[in-house]
Design a protein around this ligand. Structure first.
Ligand code: GLN
Length: 537
């Protein structure tokens, strides 16, 4: 059976949650035991997300295969509970790069190379190749950006052309605003967005309508009338407590059955076991049972919550599993340098310092780590959070005054954290960090690391240029810091732990592999330690 394609577009404005809609559609198809994977189109001319500022673009998500991709990939993986590859990410940069390479090789000899057909053919070939190689029943294609943008126009045109040859269903995610003064939902923007799409030769078969609160019946009727769609294909997607609720919400509106009909597929039963498992995990996340705990995340990009989505989600997965009522306090690290840190950190039950780059806010993070260590507050450090845990320990326990990472103080006498030797010759910025999945070896069986993972060889994803300087291993260990995991060849330190209390940090980014159906082991032990400490208070 050749693969079928669901193409998810977004109208009116960005930020409507196309990634969540695409993920939910995939989850539903997976619940019908179809083999489904995503493709994401991004119109920007960067090759990938690796060189983008998280403040502008949100978190850079890293895949096992070293791909630095859009944060929507995190959503896909968390919903699908499987690891994806870079071949799912098609960017303007990748496309133009390969078109120019082919042109230089003479592959288009005699032709003038154009958006149509060369670029649009390249897109269709990649999509079809992907479906074939992975032997898929369905590909869910999310078109980044908003309909009407110049950037994604060639992707949309390519999908129109694909729909002439293959089975394609277009889904438009749109916005129904509510005018505060009249308190009424408005359909007009969606009506004109639909006309824009029809002008591009595309007729969506579903409208997924983002609303605050339930969509009124009259709006549904009006939209159905103006778009010639059956009312059952005008689907509501209201604001929810958790994005993980959307698959069930779509199923409740019969979206699953109508989608299969749209592909002329025979009736099929949903895999109830998968559905129930998903539902029970989601219920645990939204029920917010148990005692409330406040976890402080001290980072430099906290103003844009999307910068740390995977950390937030990993915490949520663990909280659901452990029945912890999670409250996350996002703290801008520079604020700890400017105001009294004690008053800002007072009352927190656990601390996380996540990944980051550059000097700004570093001292604030170190202050927070010292506070947690001295007060016996559980600490989890992620990548930069491990490097700074080592720096704080060197300064305050080993008495190495001015210890630092050469990323922040190139002249420090005690370069506890230093550039990876393999990075010294690297000149290019894009895709050159230590990236992707790497094995680590947990050597100490009496460690938090071992009791979290319950095995000695563990694979986590990485994205860094600096590392713990091996010259300082001895002095750190002599003063009690535990090095509980390293690379198999013992060259790089992967996990460190405080001598007492709960303090663990890793050079990896375990948050990237946390899934609702498989929470990250380190986040689980961290939150479990917080929970246990809370119960004794
Ligand atoms: N800036 C640090 C490094 O490059 C940490 C990176 C990170 O936290 N992802 O090593």
């Amino acid at each position: 059976m050749p693969a079928k394609f669901v193409v998810v577009l977004g109208s009116i404005m960005s930020g409507l949650g196309k990634g969540v809609v695409s993920s939910s559609i995939m989850k539903i198809l997976d619940m019908y035991d179809f083999k489904v994977l995503p493709i994401k189109f991004d119109g920007y001319l960067n090759y990938d997300c690796g060189t983008m500022n998280p403040y502008r673009h949100g978190e850079v998500f890293v895949l096992d295969d070293k791909g630095e991709v859009d944060m929507d990939f995190g959503t896909y993986e968390r919903f699908l509970n499987r690891s994806l590859t870079s071949s799912s990410s098609i960017t303007g940069g990748k496309l133009f790069g390969s078109i120019i390479e082919k042109e230089r090789k003479g592959e288009y000899l005699g032709e003038d190379v154009q958006v149509i057909p060369h670029l649009t053919n390249e897109i269709q070939e990649r999509v079809k190749d992907f479906a074939e190689k992975n032997k898929l029943d369905f590909v869910v294609i999310e078109v980044g950006g908003t309909v009407g943008d110049i950037e994604n126009g060639y992707f949309i045109e390519a999908m129109r052309q694909l729909s002439l040859k293959e089975k394609v269903v277009f889904v438009d995610v749109t916005y129904i605003p509510r005018l505060k003064t009249v308190g009424e939902q408005k359909s007009k923007p969606t009506q004109s967005a639909f006309r824009t799409l029809m002008g591009m030769g595309i007729i969506p078969q579903f409208l997924i309508c983002r609303t605050d609160g339930e969509m009124s019946d009259s709006i549904r009727k009006k939209l159905a009338m103006f778009t010639s769609l059956d009312e059952s294909r005008v689907i509501n997607d209201p604001d929810m407590d958790s994005p993980y609720q959307l698959p069930q919400y779509l199923i409740d509106q019969n979206f699953d059955k109508i989608l299969l009909q749209a592909f002329n597929l025979p009736k099929k039963k949903i895999n109830l076991e998968k559905l129930e498992k998903w539902k029970s995990n989601v219920d645990k996340i939204i029920s917010r049972d148990g005692k409330e705990v406040t976890i402080a995340v001290v980072g430099k990009y906290v103003e844009l919550k999307d910068s740390y989505v995977s950390v937030r989600e990993a915490l949520m997965h663990a909280a659901g599993k452990l029945s912890v009522n999670l409250n996350v306090k996002w703290i801008e690290s520079e604020s700890l340098e400017k105001s009294d840190p004690n008053s800002i950190l007072k009352g927190i039950n656990g601390l996380i310092v996540p990944g980051g780059f550059g000097k700004r806010g570093i001292e604030g993070m170190i202050t927070a780590i010292k506070y947690a260590r001295e007060k016996g507050i559980p600490y989890l450090g992620l990548c930069l959070g491990m490097q700074l845990m080592a720096v704080e320990f060197a300064r305050d326990v080993c008495n190495l005054k001015g210890a630092n990472s050469t990323e922040f103080d190139p002249d420090t006498k005690y370069n506890i954290i230093d550039i990876l030797p393999s990075q010294l010759s690297v000149k290019q910025k894009g895709g050159t960090m230590r990236l992707g999945a790497w094995d680590m070896l947990i050597k100490d069986r009496n460690s938090i690391a071992f009791s979290s993972y319950h095995k000695a060889v563990v694979s986590e994803r990485h994205r860094h240029r600096y590392e713990l300087n091996n010259k300082f291993r001895k002095i750190l260990q002599k003063n009690g810091l535990k090095i509980t995991a390293t690379t198999k060849d013992n060259n790089l330190v992967e996990i460190i732990e405080w001598p007492s209390g709960f303090g663990i940090a890793t050079q990896a980014h375990p948050e990237l592999k946390s899934r609702i159906e498989a929470p990250s082991p380190l986040f689980l032990s961290f939150l479990d330690a917080v929970k246990k400490q809370q119960l004794t208070i």
